[in-house]
Design a binder for this molecule. Structure first.
Ligand SMILES: C[S@@+](CC[C@H](N)C(=O)[O-])C[C@H]1O[C@@H](n2cnc3c(N)ncnc32)[C@H](O)[C@@H]1O
Length: 376
């Protein structure tokens, strides 16, 4: 069987962005529902999605869906799934999940029932009672919603925001997937001047440079599916080769990353080197209050302090006000700011052309968008 229902998950507020990414990867009819998007495809499609999706959280294969309003129904439903060909006798099976609006609501009990049912299927297939569980990891995830159980296999492993380039954590970093969603929602373009004046450990500017240089987000990491025997063994290498073929030759980009904190900038430089884009970006220690540009037109996408994890509300109010004065002096620079600060627009001094609710590490935020037409 090499035709799967593939379920892609995305953070709240960016499902639409991921749907567009799926379309641009050649999936004509992605269906979005309840925080996830489904498409149909082969093992190679699963590999390509893991390799190329920039804004999605994880890629799953749907193993099955059935009604389950009791533990017996859950056990029987899992036992009836086509599991025997998936797991080798030494599979390390980890079950996790969630229950909502359902008679089954005790997550840990559901986990045990599902694991027991899977092992029951394997006992019949391998004719043994005990399994070493010392082989490759298989992460099974379930969602029981309105008494319907959906069982998935996580093909990604770690979340797709883990690109492989971040090895140290700075102050309040934004996830790579959210950074790419902000870029997708902005008017960022690889050949236009681009700046993150609060770049911290460099996430937004590094992801922007990797987009500009055609570097696949999954190029520098591994995925669980590539170690599975039942999966087409050429899937990963085909996707990796496609990633290599898509890479553009090195070029210096008109991109700058600034931050007032020299330690943050050292981290950004280190990460940019690990991400393969160090020589493409101009990094400088700079207070946003001294930001200016000789470029007539450009794009800023940024994640300043919110007055929650960094700086006090009073300090961010004054910082936003100064940032607003600086931005107004720029000619034709569009601006996209994510912040949870309730009165951002008031202190910044201008109402956004558009606002959109997003979540950054569980904090409710808004993306404030100020569009300017790019000039030649
Ligand atoms: C929320 S963090 C940015 C995190 C970044 N997006 C990342 O992924 O690592 C905000 C950054 O703004 C910087 N900052 C604070 N005040 C600043 C100022 N006046 N000018 C420039 N940067 C400033 C902080 O040093 C911090 O690195």
């Amino acid at each position: 069987m090499d035709n799967y229902e593939i379920t892609v998950t995305a953070a709240s507020g960016i499902e639409g962005v991921v749907k567009k990414e799926l379309k641009s990867l050649g999936f004509a009819d992605p269906k979005a529902f309840d925080g996830s998007i489904t498409v149909r495809g082969s093992s190679v499609d699963v590999a390509r999605l893991n390799m190329f999706l920039r804004c999605a959280d994880r890629v799953y294969i749907t193993i099955g869906k059935f009604n389950a309003s009791s533990f017996d129904e859950l056990f029987d439903g899992v036992s009836a799934l086509p599991l025997a060909d998936i797991f080798p006798f030494n599979a390390r099976i980890v079950v996790n999940g969630k229950c909502r609006k359902s008679r089954l609501f005790a997550v840990s009990s559901c986990q045990s029932v599902i694991k027991k049912a899977i092992l029951g299927v394997l006992q019949k297939k391998y004719k043994r009672k005990v399994f070493p569980e010392n082989g490759e990891i298989y992460r099974v995830e379930f969602v029981i919603s309105n008494d319907v159980a959906s069982i998935y296999l996580n093909t990604s492993g770690d979340g797709l925001h883990k690109r492989g380039w971040r090895d140290l954590v700075g102050d309040a970093p934004i996830k790579e997937t959210l950074a790419c969603a902000l870029l997708a929602l902005s008017d960022f373009s690889p050949d236009r001047p681009f700046c993150d004046p609060f770049c911290g450990s460099g996430t937004i500017i590094i992801e922007a440079a990797r987009i500009a240089l055609g570097i696949a987000p999954g190029r520098d990491r591994s995925f669980d599916f590539s170690k599975w025997d039942f999966f087409d063994s050429s899937a990963y290498s085909l996707a990796f080769q496609e990633a290599k073929d898509n890479e553009l030759p090195f070029r210096k980009l008109p991109f700058s990353g600034f931050d007032i904190n020299p330690d943050a900038l050292s981290l950004a430089r280190r990460h940019a080197a690990r991400a393969g884009v160090a020589d493409s970006i101009d990094f400088r220690v700079r207070d946003v209050r001294s930001f200016s540009s000789s470029e007539k037109s450009g794009c800023i996408v940024t994640n300043p302090p919110y007055g929650e994890r960094l700086l006090s509300p009073r300090d961010v109010a004054s910082l936003y006000s100064d940032f607003g004065s600086v931005w107004k002096k720029l000619d034709n620079w569009s601006l996209f700011v994510i912040s949870s600060f309730p009165s951002f627009e008031k202190y910044f001094g201008k109402k956004a052309d558009k606002t959109r609710k997003l979540f950054n590490s569980g904090i409710e935020c808004h993306l404030f968008s100020y569009f300017r037409k790019p000039t030649d």
